[in-house]
Design a protein around this ligand. Structure first.
Ligand SMILES: Nc1nc2c(c(=O)[nH]1)N(C=O)[C@@H](CNc1ccc(C(=O)N[C@@H](CCC(=O)O)C(=O)O)cc1)CN2
Ligand SMILES: Nc1ncnc2c1ncn2[C@@H]1O[C@H](COP(=O)(O)OP(=O)(O)OP(=O)(O)O)[C@@H](O)[C@H]1O
Length: 188
């Protein structure tokens, strides 16, 4: 299916889930991650969910990261130039929702994207090759292009992969893993 068709399909699939199902699946994803071999790093970037879009609740993963004393990085999105700026999460970090309902840190210690070791990536759909699509602005494609090449890219999804996203471009950066409530997919 094309990116456009997939965005429509997965927005609908998400809207069909209850809040309870999202909590259960979010917890299951965090538990899958606990089993994985990604914990020997220092700087972990995570997204904060748009609740209104039924995104994964990443709080369970945040708790794991905090428990393991990792450096946790969260971002602010600039919609005028489609860039993201990154901040270290501390006990004092306060959040505010932007106009797209994404919770963002109000201020904090700036972190450059090259410092990040592991990034958890939001998505609408992905395929068995590790291609992903989001809301279609290209925030993550630009962000990941600015990171170090060996950064570990982990998609998080409530659903299984599609066979194929057909209209991918060279700018699309593929995932290394995608974690779902039931599985961890590894892409070569
Ligand atoms: N939690 C979270 N943070 C994220 C992303 C994400 O997918 N999830 N992004 C991933 O790249 C970037 C933000 N990308 C976005 C791009 C477009 C819209 C947007 O157009 N929202 C519209 C309609 C949404 C829809 O298509 O249904 C709106 O709210 O009016 C929102 C976020 C960076 N941060
Ligand atoms: N590294 C980049 N530099 C400049 N433009 C880019 C880059 N990556 C993607 N784009 C552009 O951004 C637009 C949206 O890309 P795409 O459809 O892949 O978004 P997406 O992956 O669904 O969105 P997101 O990354 O925000 O979740 C496209 O027009 C694409 O050409």
């Amino acid at each position: 299916m094309t990116k456009q068709e997939l965005r429509k399909k997965y927005k609908q699939l998400r809207q069909n889930l209850t809040k309870n199902e999202i909590e259960e699946k979010s917890l299951a994803i965090a538990n899958q991650l606990l089993e994985s071999a990604i914990w020997d790093y220092s700087f972990y970037h995570i997204f904060l969910p748009i609740e209104e879009q039924n995104e994964i609740n990443t709080e369970y993963i945040l708790n794991i990261l905090a428990g393991k004393d990792k450096n946790i990085i969260v971002s602010k999105s600039n919609f005028s130039d489609i860039s993201m700026s990154h901040f270290l999460l501390t006990d004092n970090t306060r959040f505010k929702k932007n106009k797209y309902n994404i919770p963002e840190p109000i201020s904090g210690i700036s972190i450059e994207s090259k410092s990040i070791d592991v990034v958890f990536i939001p998505l609408l759909a992905y395929d068995v090759m590790g291609n992903r699509i989001g809301y279609g602005k290209g925030f993550y494609d630009r962000f990941l292009a600015s990171c170090k090449p060996e950064i570990i890219k982990i998609g998080l999804s409530l659903f299984n992969p599609e066979k194929e996203i057909i209209n991918t471009t060279i700018e699309d950066i593929t995932l290394d893993y995608c974690v779902t409530p039931n599985s961890i997919y590894k892409f070569e």
